[in-house]
Ligand binder design. Sequence first.
Ligand code: SF4
Ligand code: SF4
Ligand code: SF4
Length: 204
Amino acid sequence: MKPKESLKIAPPPTPEEKAVSPYDIVICRAGTTGCPHVIINPKPIADKIEKLLDELGLGEHIKAKAKGKLLYHMKFKVALAGCPNACPQPQIKTFGISGQARPVATNSPCVECMKCVEICKEEGAVKIIDAKPVFDYTLCVLCDDCAEVCPTESIVIEKKGVKVMANGKLGRHPKLADVIKELATEDEIYEVLKKVVEGHMINP
Ligand code: SF4
Ligand code: SF4
Ligand code: SF4
């Protein structure tokens, strides 16, 4: 199995820090203790997101509206997941991301070991046809497992990025987040976030 990208391990915020923050920012364990499924490390992105939210004035805006009573439903909720398993549930947050990796077939000869098909949890997403991997991207969740197990590099990762989601919520009127962008770059995460924050400050 190929090595995953190295992780910068950092402690999570303390309960005291969380209580007074106008944001609820959750990262999966890929950014703290590490995880073998990681595609992107969520911790440095979470740090930049928190800084950007402050720069955009969102924290002050939320605190002013709270008038000293900062309740959980008032907080701007963010979840960052290192892979499509999406453990911290970005689909139900105001802003969320999950790591993605798009597999492609190469010209390297496939030995038809079927390891890629066996490890894939999305039936039909990868098939071996005429000794070559063929992908159905309508089924593939871009998790990179098939490329990880392929012994011949007949499958490689063409592009890594993140799925960017926004405006999901639970509560009285629950709603799954809209998928804003797939395989986004890090800069694109922050561009989308700025627009989401602008909208949130007008219509929380
Ligand atoms: S979201 Fe993926 S990388 Fe993060 S903890 Fe869950 S399985 Fe691991
Ligand atoms: S990336 Fe994941 S979901 Fe897509 S074909 Fe490979 S193992 Fe299946
Ligand atoms: S693409 Fe790789 S993992 Fe899949 S059958 Fe061929 S050699 Fe095996």
